[in-house]
Design a protein around this ligand. Sequence first.
Ligand code: NAD
Length: 291
Amino acid sequence: MKKAAFIGLGNMGMPMAINILNKGFDVYGINKGNEKEDRFQKAGGTTGITPAEAAGQMDVVMTCLPKPEHVEEMMLGENGVITNASQGLLVIDFSTVSAELHEKIEAEAAQKGVDYLDAPVSGGTTGAEAGTLAVMVGGSEQAFEKAGPIFEAVGKNITYAGSIGKGTKVKLINQFMVGMHTAAVSEGLTMAEKAGVDLEMLHSVITNSMGQSKIYDRHYTEFLHDNKEEPGFALELLLKDLGLAKEMSDRVGISPRAGREVLSLFEGADREGFGKKDMSSLFYYVKNNEK
Ligand code: NAD
C-alpha cells in the first residue's frame, strides 16, 4: 500500500499529507484551486489528478474537508471517490462530520468491496505538523489494521473506537467539551480584564491550578496573547461541530443545558463576523458584548 491520494490540503490536511509523504508514500494531493496544490508540489508531493481518477488508481484515498456536505459530495457524488472506486480500495475520512453520514457512505462502500473508515483527529495544526494527532477510528478491525501505517504517519494516540461512526461519536463529544472550555476561557478572561487582573499573571497561576485546560493554554499562548486571529481552527468549524453534537444529543434523547447556551454564544459570534477567525476569538465577541 504505497500509492495514496489526499483530498483537502487545508490547515490540517496539508501537514498531514506532508507527513505521509515523508513516511515514504507516493502521495497525490488534491485541493480546490491551484495555490495549495502548488504548495504541496513544492513540498515533494504530486498533483494533477481528479478524485475519480484517484479512486480508480490509488491504494488509499484520504479526505480532510470542512463540512458534511463537502464529504458527502466528495464520496457519493457523480465524480466522487466511492462512486468511482475500484474493489479493494481503502478510503479514510479525517474530517469531522456525523456518524450517520459515515454509516451511509460505508453502506455504499461495502457494495463495491471498498474498505471505509471514519478517523477524525484532534490536536490542532501544531499536532498535525508534529505528526502527534490523536486519531479515533470507526470501521472494521481489518480495515483499521490495513490503515495502520497511515495513522502512524499522522498521529501518536491512535484508538480503535469500534464500528463505523464510533470514531466520530468520540470526536463530537471532544468538540462539545472544546466549545464549553472555549466559552469558559472567553468569559473568565473577560471577567479578569474587568476586574483589573493581569492576564499574563492569571495564565501563569492557572497553569498550576485546577482551572487550567489544554484549550486555555492553546487559546492564550498561541492566539490571544499576540492578538492573533488567523485560524488555526476557524470558529465556524467549531460551530459546525457543536451543531453536530446537538444533533447527536437529540438523537440519544438528552438536552444539555450548558451546551445549549454555549451553542448560542457561538451562533452570536458567527453572526457578528467571527466565523472565519480562530475559535479563540469568541473571547472578543464575549468582551464586546459586555460593553
Ligand atoms: P480548512 O478549511 O483549512 O481546509 C479544508 C480544505 O479543503 C481547504 O483547503 C479547501 O479548499 C479544501 N476543499 C473544500 N472543498 C473541496 C473540494 N470539493 N475538493 C477539494 N478540496 C476541497 O479546514 P481544516 O481546519 O483543515 O479542517 C478540515 C476538517 O478537519 C474539518 O472537518 C475540521 O472540523 C476538522 N478538524 C480541524 C482541526 C483544526 O485545528 N483546524 C482539528 C481537528 C479537526
